[in-house]
Design a protein around this ligand. Structure first.
Ligand code: SF4
Ligand code: SF4
Length: 350
């Protein structure tokens, strides 16, 4: 839509202005790491953060949320509607790409009402990453190192100022009346171009092949012996999926009060890496082996989501690699599958 500039000195006023009408959440330091949490003032937010433990998807798809409450008196159940107007300030571009995927997943085929209600009340303000956030990230390889759309506002750190790409009227409204905001000049645009040109060489390409080959690579790797090797190492702890911005599997359960007169239905994040995830009637587990679960996870990330929704299921944030105690990582797994034609790792498991 347009390109503006705001001085960094205006950040306290800007946050204060936004907080008058809605909740503002953003990255803040906690115990040596960073988490997304509510921001009450500019002193709390750290927009120059490495990454967060849990991605900002939690504001659209919370770890646990009530879906409906009911009474056993014959009355109709009540749908829980607690979506709150929220500005998510400072998303990295990988996390914005992850939300693109979740938008498609929760909109297509079956409209997920709790997600869509939150999405309608959420304003996304992303920020350009100018250096790798950690050694495990591989956003450049996955094509998520930058964004052209999907944000309401997108910030670029220009030193004393932020360049602000205005993506939607909802984003533009966040700047209404803010002192210090101005239209970008030709010099400002040159500053952005220079910063963008300088940033790309700082990011390594960590996949040893072009990511567009990933779905077909996986197609021919279903019987690789690598899956059994990963299964031998995997602890089935589910940390990799718990921290992933694109994972969205959940379980639905009922909780009835002790008096048996009322209850609620809620949903909670689930994980394909847990033993019980694929256990069905009669105790049958259709994905009992850990190797099969690892294969399923990496196929979801590199092929199944692309087949179903046209977007890769991994945005290269590196959180799963950081979280895994036995060093199972997407980069190592996919590179290993790519090498084998010469090294034999594509052979079918005996
Ligand atoms: S699979 Fe790992 S690297 Fe990819 S998006 Fe999920 S957490 Fe990030
Ligand atoms: S974090 Fe590592 S050990 Fe835990 S389930 Fe995932 S791959 Fe397995």
């Amino acid at each position: 839509m347009s390109f503006k500039v705001i001085p960094k000195a205006a950040l306290p006023d800007w946050i204060e202005q936004m907080r008058r009408s809605q909740r503002v959440v953003g990255p803040k330091p906690l115990h040596g790491q960073h988490v997304f949490g509510e921001i009450h003032g500019a002193a709390e937010i750290d927009l120059d953060y490495p990454t967060t433990v849990i991605p900002p998807k939690k504001y659209l798809f919370p770890q646990q949320e009530d879906l409906l409450t009911y009474k056993l008196d014959g009355s109709a159940p009540s749908v829980v509607q607690d979506a709150e107007p929220t500005v998510v300030l400072g998303l990295h571009t990988c996390d914005l790409h992850a939300l693109h995927l979740l938008d498609r997943v929760f909109e297509k085929t079956h409209v997920d009402q709790p997600y869509m209600a939150r999405r309608a009340k959420t304003t996304l303000v992303s920020i350009e990453c100018l250096r790798p956030c950690m050694s495990h990230s591989f956003c450049k390889s996955m094509g998520t190192l930058s964004v052209t759309d999907g944000f309401d506002l997108h910030l670029t750190d220009l030193g004393d100022d932020y360049g602000v790409d205005v993506g939607t009227p909802k984003g533009a409204a966040l700047l209404d009346g803010l002192k210090g905001v101005r239209e970008a000049t030709g010099d400002d645009r040159q500053r952005v171009n220079r910063i963008m040109t300088e940033k790309w060489p700082r990011f390594p390409l960590r996949l040893e092949f072009d990511v567009t080959e990933l779905p077909s690579l996986l197609s021919v790797s279903y019987d690789s012996k690598l899956w059994d090797e990963l299964g031998e190492r995997c602890l089935a702890c589910a940390m990799c999926t718990n921290v992933c911005p694109t994972c969205y599997c959940f379980n639905v359960a009922d909780e009835v009060e002790l008096t048996l007169t009322a209850g609620k239905r809620y949903r909670v994040w689930d994980s394909c890496q847990l033993d019980k995830f694929a256990t069905v009637a009669d105790g049958h587990n259709f994905r009992a082996k850990r190797g099969a679960r690892q294969r399923h996870r990496f196929f979801r990330k590199g092929k199944y989501q692309t087949d179903a929704f046209g977007l890769l299921g991994c945005v290269g944030c590196g959180r799963c690699a950081q979280a895994c105690l036995v060093d199972i990582t997407p980069v190592d797994t996919w590179n290993e599958l790519h090498r084998p034609a010469t090294e034999g790792t594509k052979e079918a498991a005996a």
